[in-house]
Design a protein around this ligand. Sequence first.
Ligand SMILES: [Zn+2]
Length: 285
Amino acid sequence: MKRGLAIALLSATLLVIATWSSPGRAALPRAANVPGGVALIPLGSASADAPRPRAWLDDQQVLVVAEGGRWLAIVGLALETVPGTHQLRVETGIETLRVSFSVDPKHYPEQHIHLRDTSKVQLSASDLARVEKEVAAIRSLKRHWREADETDTAFVVPADGRMTGRFGVRRFFNGEARAPHAGFDIAAPRGSVVRASASGVVLATDDYFFNGRTIFVDHGNGLISMYCHLDRIDVQAGEPVARGQHLGLSGMTGRATGPHLHWSVVLNGAMVDPELFVPHSGRDR
Ligand SMILES: [Zn+2]
């Protein structure tokens, strides 16, 4: 199977281990083969003289990193993923392979929210037209691919505060089903500092109907973080940012019932659970 993927000489493997397992590099997301989770799929030994294999899930290229002398695909699984067997298409430079992996079902809880401002639930024709445009723009940003030698996967929580909304919750606004909660909410008073969860490049900033003032940070190779409902944006598209760097201030712009930071993590176009990227906090799951 995947053993033949890359032929690694022992010396080359040792060189790769020395290069890639330097401190501070590790910190991969935790695997969770469920909709909204992340699958870590071994693609064989990494050798210094063989190029990094490239892999796709459907038409979306996925992140591949070297870890412990082997290649590992880090695959975002969209909330709509159907449980069962899925396949990655892998190009080694020599051959094209199919690598199977399984996705288990996961039941996310429901949440019913009452909004007094129904203008954000029952949209006017002009708001609807605006939202449709924004949905298309956000969709294309989430699928953005920037080839990079390194992808910073060692995330920090981007704001101080209590976690008030988990990823994946199936939401109902005034009784009407809406998209599931595709991020992680942190209660933070208006004006709290929002930091980059990992190093990267600012991909875009905008002011959206639902998400409010939003920053996208591209960490390379399909890993993107999103910071929403901001009061203020202090970075510009194209600007490199370091992990923990000040991006802006939190607020409640867009559709928000109170001041908070909504933080999303996108991997190969799929919204995934940000909690998988930060060290365990002792919260029960
Ligand atoms: Zn949220």
